[in-house]
Design a protein around this ligand. Structure first.
Ligand SMILES: NC(=O)c1ccc[n+]([C@@H]2O[C@H](COP(=O)([O-])OP(=O)(O)OC[C@H]3O[C@@H](n4cnc5c(N)ncnc54)[C@H](OP(=O)(O)O)[C@@H]3O)[C@@H](O)[C@H]2O)c1
Length: 327
């Protein structure tokens, strides 16, 4: 697996592993299978695992902690803090105080069984709390050797510039995929100007771009996509046209729609490290193989032009989930 650089000093596999679905949000999960997925990811050369304290909470970090204890694999772990929610509830508060950041970091280190987090993200920025405050505390955690690099999620350009002035940011993580391209307007160009890497989350559109969903889809109990505006039956009636375009183009390229969606992101720049999420070995292997697929600029343009003909219906999140986006 090739590697890519996030910021000035974090070298990671060109594709990471999104671990969120191993704990919640996308239906049922099985820890023993998830642990095998992690082990296979390491065999395939994937050394960049993505989690957050709020996934589960806190099942996802604990599961990775279990894996790290057994595997002793030299992984780069990215985790996040700042979204405070109770188990079983989606309702959240966004917490960025200095004290909260430090407590959250100590708690994540404990759950992961680590003394160092490679990349520590602010999961959501609270616009009521100056970003300089939390950045001050995070830079102290860097000095103390508890975290290696600082990241920000769903940030807007001006907050990113203010944060970067306090301490260099290694990566911005925001949703980015063939059906979520807003980041191309301001935040991705700003990252490039400042030398900050970009980590697209939900690079498969939460599974939608793989062609697995249509307006007839019945979601499993507890699958949070059932509540997302883009996955409503009415929205999917239109949006499924996008998945069809991708499926057709993938057929021409002799790959799967998931692989084409990842290859498209990888083709958008060497500073981009997608983190597709899966809890299945089959999908993991399929996704890892996407790093071998190269799209020409003509292929990229043709795909983008076809998709642009179908405007996406529906917001990315429910009103509760929209809290802290573009903050
Ligand atoms: N910073 C943030 O606010 C934020 C928000 C969301 C996610 N994230 C991070 O980003 C990671 C990835 O995003 P995501 O998991 O939301 O979405 P995603 O990677 O776009 O899609 C995951 C979904 O696609 C399915 N899938 C994966 N590979 C597939 C394949 N080859 N063929 C068919 N289906 C496939 C998965 O199925 P199975 O689950 O059945 O394997 C899962 O339902 C997360 O794990 C998390 O670490 C961050």
């Amino acid at each position: 697996m090739k590697t890519r650089q996030l910021g000035s000093k974090l070298n990671v596999s060109a594709l990471g592993l999104g671990c969120m679905g191993m704990s919640e949000f996308y239906g049922s999960h099985d820890d023993s299978v998830s642990l095998r997925v992690m082990a296979r990811a390491v065999e395939l050369g994937i050394d960049f695992f993505d989690t957050a304290d709020m996934y589960g909470p806190h099942h996802n970090e604990e599961l990775i902690g279990r894996f790290l204890k057994e595997a002793k694999a030299p992984l780069k772990i990215a985790t996040k803090f700042g979204i405070n929610r109770k188990p079983g509830e989606y309702k959240r508060t966004i917490e960025n105080s200095r004290q909260y950041a430090r407590q959250a970091c100590e708690a994540s280190l404990k759950r992961l069984g680590l003394d160092y987090i490679d990349l520590y993200y602010v999961h959501r920025v609270n616009p009521e709390q100056p970003v300089e405050d939390v950045m001050g505390e995070l830079s102290r955690l860097v000095e103390e050797g508890k975290i290696g690099n600082i990241g920000l999620c769903e940030i807007n350009e001006s907050t990113l510039r203010r944060a970067h002035a306090v301490h260099p940011i290694a990566a911005v993580q925001t949703e980015y995929s063939l059906w979520s391209r807003d980041v191309e307007n301001a935040i991705l160009p700003a990252c490039r100007e400042l030398g900050i890497g970009f980590v697209p989350y939900s690079p498969l559109g939460r599974g939608f771009l793989t062609g697995s969903f249509n307006s007839e889809t019945e979601f499993e109990e507890g699958d949070f996509r059932a509540n997302l505006p883009r996955f409503s039956k009415e929205a999917l009636l239109i949006n499924e046209g996008i998945a069809k375009v991708i499926t057709k183009a993938a057929h021409q390229k002799k790959c799967t729609p998931a692989q084409l969606s990842l290859a498209w992101l990888l083709a958008k720049g060497n500073d981009i490290v997608p983190i597709p999420g899966t809890k299945r070995l089959k999908y993991l292997e399929e996704n890892a193989a996407a790093t071998e697929i190269e799209l020409t600029s003509d292929e990229v343009q043709a795909l983008e032009a076809e998709i642009a003909r179908i405007p996406v219906v529906g917001e990315r999140y429910t009103p509760e989930g929209m809290k802290g986006l573009n903050a």
